[in-house]
Design a protein around this ligand. Sequence first.
Ligand code: ADP
Ligand code: MG
Length: 267
Amino acid sequence: MSIIYALANQKGGVGKTTTAVNVGSYLAEWGQQVLIVDADPQANATSALGLDKHAIPSSIYDLLVQDVPLARVIQPTRYERLSIVPASPKLAGATVELVGLTRREYRLHDALRGVDTENGDGYDYVLIDCPPSLGILTVNALTATNGVIIPVQCEYLALEGLSQLSRAIELVRRALNSTLQLRGLVMTMYDVRTTLAKQVVEEVKGYFPGRVFNTIIPRNVRVSEAPSYGEPIASYAPHSAGGLAYATLTKELLLGDGKIKAPAKNC
Ligand code: ADP
Ligand code: MG
């Protein structure tokens, strides 16, 4: 069975795409079969993995609106074990088009149902990169997942919007997907030089006790450069502070999911 996570936060620019792409690529590098689903019309995950969003033959739009089967929409990337359901700008119109379709909140869920039998071996992880809104695309993502990962930028007003997001998750859990869990919050773009960043982390931990990943992602210029080369940090700058942090976060995720074991102490 695939583990399906949605990277969600209705705020833009908090690190959803960066986290989906970089965690996804470390998971793949370490042997997991990974599918990234780009559910944002901006198609940033698609371009960050080196695909041209204007030249892809079919996209998540076709999957959601035209009932094109998943296998025809999945594209390989340059990286082993890492595939993507790309987004295209056409997806922006899907918000309106989905309204008239049956099971409109379940379109992605239904499309991913076959994900386990894909090629006979299936995916270990599916990571859905959500758009910066709580509209029908994010609802589709939350309905299709086992868990939500919420990237939170370490800045002023970080908590703003998180209670609304928590409420949305609760509503989806009650009405559409009873298995939905909050997998955790990831603090991103941490600036060691400011006391504000430290305060923000403490504040978010206070609101979500035990739910914040131990690994904090620092603000790092290599992380922001990598997408313009169409590369994840695992290949662009694995030894940078950002590369090391995303590797550590991925390990923490694998450990929490029971995919790897913690090294025994005292050895
Ligand atoms: P979202 O998907 O939530 O809108 P992104 O992942 O696209 O956010 O990140 C917003 C911007 O911040 C992007 O330009 C990205 O390259 C940059 N960014 C993300 N994480 C970091 C980081 N740790 N250090 C520096 N820049 C970052
Ligand atoms: Mg994004």
